[in-house]
Design a protein around this ligand. Structure first.
Ligand SMILES: Nc1ncnc2c1ncn2[C@@H]1O[C@H](COP(=O)(O)OP(=O)(O)OP(=O)(O)O)[C@@H](O)[C@H]1O
Ligand SMILES: [Zn+2]
Ligand SMILES: [Zn+2]
Length: 802
């Protein structure tokens, strides 16, 4: 028998299965989905078995055998093997990269280079001898640390030392030492009879152990409860009353206990939505719902009650949330309802914790997973429901290969398992809402907040007018006044600094104008070095104007502020206010998010100042004011989704105010109050925004009317990068039908990254079955030459940022 193995080497020439002979003794162990160690060229690498066949084209004298199987049970099941094939095809990635998504990082290969001594010790250089010590084999890192790599290399050339790559089996299972008491009570009694009377404590311990015959207990428990010391325990075990055993345990990612909660009485709207979902749960069909509920409408309660039914059917449920900022509050709500049936999966966990959560899922010990994007791949085998909360969030799209969208994967799995998917949001993505309009998804609507509270009152402050009155600070008079009132009443304030991505633009502070591309409907990006403005869609560029093209003001300049600067100004304004800052700087430490939110929840601060991280998910009763320092930043991103993202952000962050009993207020500061995204976020209505934005997309030929694919070429040499991008463009032009539009090549929005120049071509198309095959063909046509020339290519179908 032969195993088809995808090896752990991400490169085009090896992106296919290789055949290996399965040695006799492993015949029953190797299965599709097993990890194996195989020889590959001169090395050993890890690989995944993707198939077992009885014949191979590899000649008998060439075929090599599997060295080792790393798992007794396959780590990737049949469904996930099929899913990785689909990902490879749809997202155009290496199969190995797709397979790696299916296992926790602890099970991915780690390689270690070791040096073997091949001669008698005295024949080696003294310094090498010192490092080998008494050992024959030593990690190469030791030589590196000692600064003698050059000596090691000489020894290797001379044949005195041999180097080897070792595949490290990671995924350490945590064990603890336990005591297993013998099963036979008579045996215990016999031991007791033989203990000398003066060893009173030992007799006492045996007495205590008798009711526990056959059980496994922790040493601490025994010593505490039986009131004996460890020496007594050891003595009794020596006499044969039991033995020490190692028992596997899970690392516990939960630091707090949570109180149990029960179902809330649903509102009529919640009830209707839940009924529709329950109907599909009963029918057991793959079906997608879009749950559009205003902020604070109680979407989570619907998720919880739907999951309850899934569990009652004996099935499993997946709850995806966009990022870790959301997870602590969210997991708590889930654990308070489903207790130990819940596993969590997010980037805040250690490798070991992630591995343990994954094993609980693999072993069928939990039925609910709450997790970020990658949790969409958990190895549940009987899925009853998949939920994507905040479905519009761009973090659901992975930016590196495999460039998948969790929504697509969720829907694929729902088809496989014939179960419903719920996409939930207060501000659905245009794509999803359009699908719901067409009837591809079923739309469920919650138009009111759960406790019938009104949505907060929103005030828009025109920063141009503010400037005209001589106020040059980041805080408008209205915002300062609103904050003063909250601080007096000891209510809480959320201040949101809208900073997204790396982009910057040039804005006129008098009239709010941001220079746009003449060809595309997007803002031009400011490049400090050349002092010019560029369009990353079509390549148009111009010099930074010295006066505003609209109003001829000279107050036209680069725009952007950091949270730190805001904090300083805040202290100057309100020296007595306690401020918590939440941004990338203050949250880099593990658990920092959680700590900041907890402190704010405990009212240890009056003001929470932060970036995108604080826009969603917060549910605190005392937040009555939300201030948006500048709505413009995201509005002028060089991105066709800029207006949509701004609308979503403003609506989400506004939704943090007044969720409970106290009414909320929102102050949005902007240089462009007349922009529809801001006006409609102020009005807090979705449908008009959708209509207007769809009209714009149709006019400018952007998604969801067209699909977009992005082909990026990079090289250290700027001319070569441009040349190859041009070549790629010609090649595609010659093969794709005329209905497909090709734009570019242009410099990418980050035109140079890690010393590589990046050029891109944009492909716009309707439905084009030939596109993916053509892109695959492009790769096979050029790959040999590209590898030789050091060209790198990435393809992103449906890029979230261009
Ligand atoms: N039927 C109900 N009766 C009473 N309170 C409810 C009900 N449903 C939800 N709530 C409460 O209303 C508040 C808002 O609910 P939830 O956080 O689920 O809203 P959401 O729709 O997810 O909001 P967002 O999109 O803004 O995060 C919560 O405090 C929740 O406990
Ligand atoms: Zn102007
Ligand atoms: Zn343009």
């Amino acid at each position: 028998m032969f195993a088809q193995v995808i090896v752990d080497v991400a490169a085009y020439p090896v992106d296919r299965p290789f055949d290996y002979r399965i040695p006799e003794k492993l015949a029953t162990v190797v299965e599709p989905g097993s990890r194996v160690k195989v020889p590959f060229g001169p090395r050993h690498v890890l690989g995944y078995v993707v198939g077992i066949v009885s014949q191979t084209d590899v000649p008998p004298n060439k075929i090599r055998a599997i060295n080792e199987v790393l798992d007794l049970e396959p780590v990737i099941n049949a469904e996930l093997l099929q899913l990785s094939k689909w990902l490879k095809h749809e997202t155009i990635c290496f199969e190995i990269d797709a397979l790696q998504l299916m296992v926790p990082s602890a099970l991915r290969a780690k390689y270690e280079k070791v040096a073997h001594m091949r001669v008698e010790r005295p024949q080696l250089d003294m310094r090498l001898q010192a490092i080998f010590g008494t050992k024959q084999t030593v990690d190469v890192k030791q030589f590196e640390k000692a600064g003698v790599l050059h000596l090691l290399k000489q020894a290797v050339t001379a044949g005195a030392v041999e180097l080897e790559n070792i595949v490290k089996q990671q995924g350490k299972v945590k064990t603890i030492r336990m005591v297993k008491v013998v099963e036979d009570v008579a045996c215990l009694q016999q031991i007791q009879a033989h203990i000398p009377a003066k060893a009173r404590k030992q007799i006492q311990l045996i007495e205590w152990l008798i009711p526990y015959a056959g059980e496994t207990l922790t040493p601490a428990f025994i010593c505490d409860e039986a009131d004996v010391g460890t020496t007594v325990l050891h003595a009794v075990l020596e006499r044969g009353a039991g033995e020490f055993v190692q028992q596997e345990v899970y690392r516990d990612p939960f630091t707090k206990d949570v109180a149990q909660t029960t179902n809330l009485q649903l509102t009529d709207e919640q009830d209707l939505a839940l009924l529709a979902i329950q109907k599909k749960l009963d029918q057991q069909v793959g079906h997608t719902f879009l749950l559009h509920g205003v902020t604070g409408s109680g979407k989570t309660e619907i998720y919880l009650q739907a999951i309850e039914q899934v569990l009652a059917q004996g099935k499993q449920a997946m709850m995806l949330v966009p990022e870790i900022a959301l997870t602590p509050q969210m997991t708590e709500r889930f654990r308070s309802r489903f207790g130990d049936a819940v596993a969590v999966m997010h980037s805040g966990l250690s490798t070991g914790e992630k591995y343990d959560e994954w094993r609980k899922i693999q072993n069928g010990e939990v039925q609910v997973v709450v997790g970020a994007r990658s949790a969409v791949f958990v190895p549940f085998t009987n899925i009853g429901l998949i939920i994507l909360d905040e479905e519009h969030e761009s973090t659901y799209k992975q930016e590196d290969s495999p460039r998948y969208h969790a929504r697509d994967v969720a829907i694929w799995r729902s088809q496989y398992h014939q179960c419903p998917v719920i996409l939930g949001s207060a501000t659905p993505s245009l794509e999803s809402y359009a699908r719901a309009q067409k009837g591809v998804y079923t739309l469920l609507t919650l138009s009111e907040r759960a406790k019938k509270q009104s949505l907060p009152a929103v005030h828009v402050v025109d920063l141009r007018a503010e400037l005209a009155t001589g106020n040059r600070s980041m805080f408008s008079t209205a915002l300062v006044e609103a904050m003063r009132v909250r601080l007096e009443k000891n209510e809480q304030i959320v201040l949101f600094l809208n900073r997204r991505g790396y982009s910057s633009f040039v804005l006129c502070r008098d009239c709010g104008t941001v220079v746009q591309c003449k060809n595309c409907d997007i803002s031009l990006t400011y490049h400090r070095h050349q002092e010019n403005l560029k369009c990353h869609y079509c390549g148009y560029e111009e010099h930074v104007p010295s006066t505003c093209p609209q109003c001829t003001s000279e107050h036209i300049r680069y725009f952007g502020t950091g949270t730190q600067k805001v904090e300083e100004e805040l202290h100057a304004l309100f020296p007595e206010a306690r401020v918590l800052r939440m941004d990338v700087d203050t949250t880099s430490k593990k658990g920092a998010h959680e700590d900041i939110l907890e402190a704010f929840g405990n009212k240890e601060a009056n003001i929470l100042l932060g970036t995108q991280m604080i826009a969603k998910g917060l549910d605190f009763p005392d937040i009555t004011l939300v201030g948006v320092l500048s709505a413009d930043t995201s509005l002028h991103l060089p991105d066709y989704r800029a207006a949509e993202k701004t609308y979503q952000l403003l609506t989400q962050v506004s939704g943090r105010a007044g969720r409970h009993d106290k009414p909320g207020q929102v102050v949005i500061q902007t240089y462009t109050p007349e922009h529809y995204a801001i006006e409609l976020a102020k009005a807090q209505v979705y449908a008009p925004f959708y209509t207007q934005e769809m009209a714009n997309r149709r006019r400018s030929g952007h998604p969801p009317y067209y699909y977009i694919a992005l082909v990026q070429i990079s090289h250290e040499d700027v001319m070569l990068a441009a040349d190859y991008a041009q070549q790629t463009m010609y090649w595609l032009q010659a093969r794709l039908p005329h209905t497909v539009q090709l734009l570019g090549p242009t410099a990418a929005s980050i035109s140079r990254l890690q010393n590589r120049y990046r050029y891109q071509c944009l492909i716009k198309y309707k439905i084009e079955p030939s596109l993916i095959p053509t892109l695959h063909a492009l790769i096979s046509h050029y790959r040999a030459e590209w590898i030789k020339q050091g060209v790198q290519l990435t393809i992103d179908l449906d890029p979230s940022m261009i």
